[in-house]
Design a protein. Sequence first.
Length: 153
Amino acid sequence: MGHGRPPSASAQSNGPSRMHVAETVAARVARSRFLYEGGHRYVVLMEESVLRYRTADPDAMKGQLRHLLAVMPLASVSLGIIPFTARRTVRPLEAFYLHDDTQAVVETLTAEIKVTQPRELADYAKTFAGLAEMAVYGDGARDLIRAAIDTLE
């Protein structure tokens, strides 16, 4: 018996179908409307390494990085990037999302954990503040994004 790829892996290796791409783009546009509607504020922090992980082909990566540059000027967006060279006052952590003062969502390998206890929310808020102090914003963040794009050229 041969050791061929399973059909699902083979289908994926041929690239996404036009319908899948259209659905993905439509979903992204629907989600992005929140960036332009009033009343929302998104404060995003990420490690510089996230800009450089090769999670897709170079063109897709460049598109994602250019998207970050495009949304940075929006009043609803604050994007901070923690550079490799930052003095660490908070160790790197799993991804978490803090929704005002009502909930934190923590992503682990096997689960999404919703935290609602006030004491724990305060811990996440304090950690987020520590990470925010290590980050660069504005021109400093744009420089890191452009440097990541340059490595893909």
